[in-house]
Design a protein. Structure first.
Length: 333
């Protein structure tokens, strides 16, 4: 039996609970587990269109206490819990602390209260590391030193997981994710914003206004991130951190140009320095390149998707959603 067939047979007996499964990464995580034969339950506060092959457990995780989560876990009896929740950009430090750290602490306490604890896969961030000089790759042993609220909250969450694993409370791993591309990219992300501005031009030459694109960053396909979560769920390793990345720092401007190319839209890219009234951007880290060899060695993971394919699928997905939403926007619906 081939490797995929083996996973499918195994998956018929296994369950995964994806917290935040209707989000950008969470939807792809659901798809990866469903394809392998898992029974997938999504925990979210709103009944958005669900990932194919999954069912909804409606729960506002921001309000759920330890007892609520323990009851949910006991009812669902998952073999794996994937935490794909998390506040990202545009919120203050206190809000990020509540969403990225306090929720995770409740999840860990709830898992630890069970007679048999499921395996936890937690998404961390390469923003947990200190900035590096150009040419340097970030291994899992690189100095930690986040310089923003998001990175600090994700590092606190990682330490929560590692401590609980070391104390034998739970079994799990942390996947440190950098920059992702692919279908479903939110409008608030760089690539999602570019796609939205191209679509708004309605087939005419577009003027895409962005902050200065000076950075070089490591991007991978969001579906490769989801596959890493699946592989981490199969591994017996616990209390470890794994970086996810391609090992290449790509000029962000080149990535934007590639998205314009695959869209087939004529566009002028205008880079403007933010004025004092605008929210600070992520240009504070101008270089980030990830060493993901540990994930390859231990989990058998390496990125398979090309950035061109990720951007092509991002564009196709964004165009389909735009076409679906545009009539309602035009009529005020």
């Amino acid at each position: 039996m081939n490797e995929r067939g083996t996973s499918a047979v195994l998956g018929t007996r296994r369950r995964v609970l994806v917290l935040g499964g209707t989000g950008y990464i969470g939807r792809h995580v659901c798809a990866a587990f469903a394809e392998a034969g898992y029974r997938v339950a999504v925990v979210a506060r709103r009944a958005r269109p669900l990932p194919h092959g999954s069912r909804l457990r409606n729960l506002d995780l921001s309000l759920a206490g330890v007892a609520d989560l323990a009851r949910l876990f006991a009812q669902e009896r998952p073999d794996v819990v994937v935490n794909a929740t998390g506040m990202v950009w545009g919120m203050d430090e206190q809000a990020m602390l509540q969403t990225n750290v306090r929720l995770l602490e409740r999840i860990v306490h709830a898992l630890g209260s069970l007679q048999t604890s499921p395996r936890l896969v937690q998404f961390g961030s390469t923003r947990e590391y200190a900035p590096t000089e150009p040419g340097i790759s970030l291994s899992e042993d690189a100095p930690l030193g986040p310089i923003d609220a998001y990175g600090r909250s994700k590092l606190a969450a990682t330490r929560t997981v590692l401590t609980a694993c070391a104390e034998g409370v739970i079994r799990g791993v942390v996947l440190r994710v950098g920059n992702v591309a692919g279908p479903g990219a939110p409008a608030g992300s760089l690539l999602g914003s570019v796609a939205e501005q191209l679509l708004a031009a309605a087939g005419q030459p577009a003027k895409v206004e962005l902050h200065p694109l000076r950075a070089r960053r490591d991007y991978i396909d969001v579906r490769d991130v989801a596959r890493a979560a699946f592989l981490a769920a199969q591994s017996p390793v616990t209390g470890e951190v794994f970086n996810l990345g391609s090992g290449r720092a790509v000029p962000v401007r080149a990535l934007v140009d590639l998205l314009v190319e695959v869209s087939g839209t004529r566009a002028q890219i205008i880079e403007r320095a933010p004025d004092g009234s605008r929210t600070p951007t992520r240009t504070d880290i101008t270089w980030q390149q990830t060493d993901a060899r540990r994930a390859d060695t231990v989990l058998g993971w390496r990125p398979l998707g090309s950035l061109r394919d990720a951007l092509r699928d991002l564009w196709t997905d964004a165009a389909a959603r735009w076409e679906h939403n545009t009539p309602a926007q035009q009529t005020g619906g």
